[in-house]
Design a protein around this ligand. Structure first.
Ligand code: FES
Length: 313
């Protein structure tokens, strides 16, 4: 588990891309360069109202003078995007974490499938794949046309870009089944978007090698059938065993007991509370750990256990 360093950055530019889309670029007030990052990374942005939100970096990792994010105003959201749209003006100081990457590029040619604002992590990934001549194709689906995003993507995608705008009269929906059926099975698929799109891609690629499938959720997935049960959690460094009730998370219980555990999204989508475990049957409820990682890693904010789990903490 690593504590994320928080930087105090300055909003350098704010660019209204669309009615509900704004691009914010941050720079360090003194230093010429920000910490390095890789395509697909995100940062935690601390809002002045005490909330923390995760946003993918959309700028070019080779330009470390700035970090850029694109924020869609979600009218029915939890208030984070509203706050940014209203308060992040040029010159505002904002606390931003060091970048973290849960959605890394693998070696090999890649197909990118983006739904709505899920396009944001794929912008830097598509750019990197294109630069290394490893971009097979980029599919961008949205309800409405997004000329600013399309313009940015077409700069590096060229003919590899296909767009689908379901509410536009002359456009059509992406036929995901036909797309997957026609893909060469040695490609990597990167997908980020609404739960429905990602579920469809996951379902249609269920016989693929999991190492070639890469997903990033920007909302926690709802598991309607999950029924929380109490269990014990043991901290290996102290030998202490604590009870986690059906209404608590491991994170909550550890904190009450005095353990310092970093967290951010508390939805299993950012990776901040990741921890190792050495024994126990874990019920993974996060949206980021790979099947391999789940053998010995757990997200303490959402995941649970059957009977007991011992943490490498
Ligand atoms: S706090 Fe984000 S995954 Fe747990």
């Amino acid at each position: 588990m690593s504590v994320r360093i928080i930087m105090k950055l300055l909003v350098e530019t704010r660019e209204q891309l669309d009615d509900d889309l704004v691009r914010i670029a941050f720079r360090h007030p003194i230093r010429p360069q920000l910490p390095i990052w890789t395509p697909g990374a995100h940062v935690d942005v601390r809002l002045g109202n005490g909330k923390i939100r995760q946003y993918s970096l959309t700028s070019d990792p080779s330009d470390l003078s700035r970090y850029a994010i694109i924020v869609k105003r979600e009218r029915d959201g939890r208030g984070g995007s509203d706050f940014i749209h209203e308060h992040f003006t040029e010159g505002t100081h904002v606390r931003v974490s060091m970048p973290r990457n849960n959605f890394k590029l693998a070696t090999g040619r890649g197909v990118l499938i983006a739904g709505g604002i899920g396009v944001t992590p794929l912008i830097s990934m598509g750019r990197a794949l294109s630069q290394s001549k490893m971009l097979e194709s980029f599919y961008f689906c949205s309800k409405t046309s997004r000329p600013s995003i399309e313009g940015e993507l077409s700069q590096f995608c060229g003919d590899s870009l296909s767009t689908y705008f379901s509410n536009e009269p002359d456009s059509q929906r992406l036929n995901v089944a036909s797309l997957i059926e026609n893909l060469s099975s040695d490609l990597h698929i990167y997908c980020c978007g609404p739960e429905r799109l990602m579920s469809e891609v996951k379902h249609l690629t269920s016989d693929w090698n999991p190492d070639q499938l890469h997903f990033e959720a920007f909302n926690a997935s709802e598991d309607q059938k999950h029924k929380a049960e109490p269990f014990d959690v043991t901290v290996s460094s102290t030998g202490e065993t604590l009870r986690v009730s059906e209404s608590q998370s491991i994170l909550d219980v550890l904190r009450v007991a005095g353990y310092v555990i970093p967290s951010s999204c508390r939805q299993g989508i950012c990776g901040t509370c990741e921890c190792g475990y050495t024994s126990g049957e874990v019920i993974h409820r996060d949206s980021i750990l790979s099947p391999d990682a789940r053998q010995d890693r757990i997200m303490l904010c959402v995941s649970r256990a059957r009977v007991s789990v011992t943490l490498d903490l």
